[in-house]
Ligand binder design. Structure first.
Ligand code: GH3
Ligand code: MG
Ligand code: MG
Ligand code: MG
Length: 308
């Protein structure tokens, strides 16, 4: 799942550095130093920094401590308590020299602490190091959400996506739909063609199901084995059934033989559809249980069909 900020991430463009300091000379110095390498945003106060963060998420923050009104420590605490900014690496750049201040900075969640007056090459080197660490962490986090076989979201992505949408739509009072898709007689398919070809079938199916996604908020994930799940925010039951019908068309178009000697048996899927208005009384899994119950109906009534 992605936040609006993450969706704006720019893999090929230079990293974005926000520098917050109440003294213009400091801002100029750091700005001149960083500008040739990075996109630099500046703010002269915490209020200005908050304004910048409303629309742009930087890759790293260089933060002064002593500033009028709100100081850097308080701002760091604020950012660490906010889901959108929690993972933003913060480097304190400050004239404070006491061990206790440095310790406080790290305890608040900063990744580094640089003393003023700054050494230009050291500041640059530390910024570069922390940006690289952040880039790698982000990459690993993204990878941890992808199913290695099919390239779509995995079970972990599903758990996160469902929990996030459940909370979000509860606040909005809107509905959430789910499709659970299960390949019919897939054990037999593996028995006929072997596991390797079974894996290829899963890949082809995931690609076909992906074609059905038209809204940025809709998500397709591999729930496990030969089961896939669609999470469709702000979608009533009728809309979810329409998505299920489209996916049946895509699966049919794959036209994959179900067994080596069958002339007309093709790989099919069964689909369970459910819709709920997320609420506090039920856990998010209740939506899955409803959709899974419908899937069970679809299997029991002959497979290759949608139940809702
Ligand atoms: P049904 O129509 O009732 O769903 O029958 P089924 O055979 O599809 O269901 P069952 O749950 O009995 O078997 C699922 C099979 O899916 C078991 C396993 O052989 C296969 N399978 C699950 N994950 C993978 C995978 O990653 N690769 C391959 N090749 N096969 C898998
Ligand atoms: Mg200051
Ligand atoms: Mg299954
Ligand atoms: Mg199955």
């Amino acid at each position: 799942m992605q936040t609006e900020h993450q969706q704006q991430s720019r893999p090929s463009s230079p990293a974005r550095v926000l520098v917050v300091d109440d003294e213009l000379t400091n801002l100029r110095l750091m700005g001149d130093l960083l500008n040739p390498h990075y996109e630099v945003l500046i703010a002269r106060s915490v209020a200005e920094a908050r304004e910048v963060l409303r629309t742009q998420l930087p890759d790293i923050l260089l933060l002064d401590v002593m500033m009028p009104e709100v100081d850097g420590f308080s701002f760091c605490h604020e950012l660490k308590g906010n889901d959108e900014t929690r993972d933003l690496p913060i480097i304190f750049v400050t004239a404070l020299h006491e061990e206790i201040d440095e310790l406080k900075g790290f305890r608040l969640g900063a990744v580094d602490f640089i003393h003023k007056p700054i050494s230009s090459p050291i500041l640059l080197a530390r910024v570069r190091t922390h940006l690289e660490l952040k880039r790698r962490t982000d990459m690993l986090e993204q990878r941890a959400l992808i199913d290695a076989l099919t390239g779509i979201g995995n079970r972990r992505a599903y758990d996160l996506s469902l929990a996030a949408e459940w909370g979000r739509l509860q606040r909005k009072g809107s509905c959430l739909s789910m499709l659970v898709v299960d390949i019919d007689q897939f054990k037999l398919y593996n028995d006929f063609f072997g596991h390797r070809q079974g894996d290829e079938c899963l890949q082809a199916l995931a690609a076909a199901l992906s074609k059905v996604i038209s809204r940025a908020s809709d998500q397709l994930m591999r729930y496990g084995g030969e089961e896939f799940v669609f999470v469709l925010p702000n979608t009533p039951l009728a809309g979810a059934v329409a998505v299920a019908e489209k996916l049946m068309v895509e699966v049919r178009a794959l036209n994959m033989p179900q067994s080596p000697d069958a002339d007309h048996d093709r790989v099919t899927v069964s689909v369970g559809v459910a819709c709920l208005e997320p609420n506090n009384d039920q856990p998010p899994e209740s939506l899955f249980l409803l959709a899974d119950k419908q899937l069970y109906e679809a299997k029991g009534s002959g497979r290759n069909r949608i139940c809702f």
